[in-house]
Design a protein around this ligand. Structure first.
Ligand code: 13P
Length: 250
């Protein structure tokens, strides 16, 4: 059985008071639900991680990025070791906003994956094509390249700990969710790419999340697809009731 996961990527939203309030709301709503075997993760700004870990009942906490480096003179960077020491258990690597606004390349991201694993953080590795890439028929090639160059240096033990998130860039923050057939098709393709390198068992046990305008209305349909193991949620994770409803969409 693959792990089902719903992860809220808060991006650069909420001040200290707002963030605490939202986290407490999600925490208490989740306590009163009987969510089935779902790993719920909240990924806020770095500065909230420690507080959230100490408040959390069932929610795992993660970061949205980490440095490629272990420590040293890298002003403004946050290392995977620091994130781990704050109590986080996950880190997003290669979100499309980091790839496009901060020029993160697959090769740089492969180093971030190593930094995460070395520090016992589970990386959530994001892949996704732009609308141009899809329209020109290059989407499968792009996704394969992102996976190959970002992850395929890992050995079996390391790969086993990694989560993949498919987030088509054209679906992020736009309200244009991928159709279930577009999402399912790509998730099945990702599993095929993984199987070619690590074998069928590994491909079948790897959690692959969907992200991109996933919300309380469409989550059920998306999560019902055979190769979709949950969601990486942006906008809808900033509303406690919506987020919890997504958690209950399996
Ligand atoms: P939205 O859910 O706002 O489209 O964002 C998705 C995302 O980027 C999650 O990482």
């Amino acid at each position: 059985m693959r792990k089902k996961i719903v992860a809220g990527n808060w991006k650069m939203n909420k001040d200290c008071d707002e963030a605490l309030l939202l986290f407490k709301e999600i925490n208490s709503l989740l306590q009163n639900t009987t969510a089935k075997q779902v790993e719920v993760i909240v990924l806020p700004s770095f500065i909230f991680i420690r507080d959230f870990v100490s408040l959390s009942f069932k929610i795992a906490v993660g970061a949205q990025n980490c440095s490629t480096e272990d420590a040293g003179a890298y002003t403004g960077e946050v290392s995977a070791a620091m994130i781990r020491s704050a109590g986080a258990s996950y880190v997003i690597v290669g979100h499309s906003e980091r790839r496009s606004y901060f020029s993160e390349t697959n090769s740089m991201l492969s180093k971030k994956i190593n930094a995460a694993l070395k520090n016992n953080l589970i990386p959530i590795y994001c892949v996704g094509e732009t609308l141009n890439q899809r329209n020109s028929g290059n989407h499968f090639k792009i996704i394969e390249q992102q996976i190959t160059e970002g992850l395929f240096h890992l050995n079996n033990e390391q790969f086993k700990k990694t989560v993949i998130a498919y987030e088509p860039v054209w679906a992020i923050g736009t309200g244009n969710t991928a159709t279930t057939s577009q999402a399912q098709e790509m998730h099945a393709f990702i599993r095929k790419v993984v199987a070619q390198k690590y074998g069928n068992d590994m491909a079948n046990s790897c959690s692959v999340l969907y992200g991109g305008s996933c919300n309380a209305q469409n989550a059920k349909e998306l999560f019902a697809c055979p190769d979709i193991d949950g969601g990486l949620i942006g906008g809808a994770s900033l509303k406690a009731k919506d987020f919890v409803q997504i958690v209950q969409s399996f």
